[in-house]
Ligand binder design. Structure first.
Ligand SMILES: Cc1ncc(COP(=O)(O)OP(=O)(O)O)c(N)n1
Ligand SMILES: Cc1nc(C(=O)O)sc1CCOP(=O)(O)O
Ligand SMILES: [Mg+2]
Length: 216
């Protein structure tokens, strides 16, 4: 079970929706990202009809299994359970972590978003298995992400909780990830740095290499 050993799986965490992008289906993008070496995949679909999310989600989950990569569902505990996800990610406006745990049992890991020390403290008290800290840099992908917070929150969480699994998210690409990793994140969570690229396999591979180098 991934829950006991999350940190290595957070290195390059690809967050994706189901929209066709650059002429590719979501499944093609997921396959390319997995081929390139992503270490975790989150399905974050806010608009598509549920039957489509179930059908395509099942296909993407199947691919993740082939590659041994944890599959995470954003926001929706019901869909996470139906898709037999390895993990669920919730934010400040979603079901609180302690209630998610009641619904999903002990096996599924829970990621919780934090953008302030207080949010991080509560998330850890509520039983977060990992933290998604952001938005680190400005992002166009999430309209309500708030002002960028930089890397200081990652640094302070790491100094207080040396073992806490944690990723930075928001506006991260291969050119600006080094400070995120150097501040103590186990990895980076990205949308456009993979999904919006002409060659998502190469983009994923370059991110993986850049994280490896930054972790040095
Ligand atoms: C890894 C990771 N970190 C943060 C988020 C953001 O979650 P949330 O704040 O609930 O916002 P939405 O993604 O639901 O818009 C995330 N999804 N993944
Ligand atoms: C899904 C998400 N959560 C964020 C947060 O700050 O919690 S920022 C974000 C979008 C990240 O997309 P991109 O890599 O394209 O900037
Ligand atoms: Mg959410």
């Amino acid at each position: 079970m991934f829950r006991n050993n999350l940190r290595p799986h957070l290195a390059v965490y690809f967050v994706m929706d189901l929209q066709e992008i650059q002429g590719r289906s979501a499944l093609e993008t997921a396959r390319a990202a997995l081929e390139g070496g992503i270490t975790m995949l989150q399905l974050r679909e806010k608009k598509a009809p549920i039957p489509q999310v179930l059908e395509q989600g099942r296909a993407i989950r199947g691919l993740c299994r082939e590659y041994g990569v944890p599959f995470v569902v954003n926001d929706r505990v019901d869909l996470a359970l139906l898709l037999d996800a390895d993990g669920i990610h919730v934010g400040q406006d979603d079901i609180p972590g302690r209630l998610v745990r009641k619904l999903v049992g002990e096996q599924m890991f829970i990621g919780i978003s934090a953008s302030s020390p207080e949010e991080a403290r509560v998330a850890m008290t509520e039983g977060a298995d990992y933290l998604g800290v952001g938005a680190i840099y400005a992002t166009r992908t999430k309209g309500d992400a708030g002002a960028p917070i930089g890397t200081s929150l990652i640094e302070s969480i790491r100094s207080e909780r040396p073992d806490m699994p944690m990723v930075g998210i928001g506006g991260i690409d291969r050119t600006n990830l080094e400070p995120v990793i150097r501040s103590g994140a186990d990895g980076v969570a990205v949308v456009s740095a993979i999904a919006a690229q002409a060659d998502p396999k190469q983009a994923a591979a370059e991110l993986r290499e850049a994280v490896r180098r930054a972790a040095g």
